[in-house]
Write a protein of this length. Structure first.
Length: 191
């Protein structure tokens, strides 16, 4: 079974970022893939304090919801990182997760390497390209494989639900999810 996990870094439950991530997961599920969404708004993930104890213990010493999310990331064949743009960059919630996940992944021998990863960004008006690059840099640093789409996986919206009016953005994200499934199947030798 192929598993795709979407991690929504928005502090707002049910907002545009979650709506767009749901569209991606629906598209993946159409191809028989098991999907799961984690909303960081419902979890506590404290920021990394760079203690580097994970290098020797291979565990993060901070006790919160991070470990459960990290375990789900390891189990997944594909990971979608979704964030709104906050002051020109990704939210503190998703960056706290990625900073800790990156350190722990390296301590454990690059656990995300060769997984398929993608990014979804929702912007009101600007900051989307930097935010897209910010999250893509994490995927690239971890040795993940990025399938691409028909355009950048960005959509625009301000009020809840506005993102659905950006038909090009919605279709780009749905196509991205289909490309993820296609690539994972080939990597796993299922097609």
């Amino acid at each position: 079974m192929i598993r795709i996990l979407a991690i929504v870094g928005s502090p707002r439950i049910g907002g545009n970022t979650e709506i767009l991530a749901s569209e991606a997961l629906k598209a993946a599920a159409e191809d028989g893939v098991e999907t799961m969404m984690i909303r960081l708004a419902e979890r506590e993930v404290k920021p990394c304090d760079a203690c580097l104890s994970c290098r020797s213990s291979r565990e993060c010493r901070i006790r919160d919801d991070f470990q459960e999310i990290f375990d789900r990331m390891i189990e997944a064949d594909g990971i979608i990182l979704a964030t709104p743009v906050y002051f020109g960059s990704a939210t503190p919630q998703i960056m706290a997760l990625l900073n800790r996940a990156g350190y722990l992944s390296m301590a454990r021998g690059r656990v995300f390497e060769n997984k398929v990863g993608e990014v979804i960004v929702v912007a009101r008006r600007a900051g989307q390209n930097f935010t897209l690059a910010q999250l893509l840099f994490f995927l690239l640093h971890q040795g993940m494989i990025i399938p691409g789409s028909t355009y950048w996986t960005i959509a625009f919206g301000r009020e809840k639900g506005d993102v659905l009016k950006d038909l090009e953005g919605v279709n780009t994200v749905r196509n991205m999810a289909k490309r993820m499934v296609w690539l994972i199947k080939r990597i796993k030798g299922l097609e």
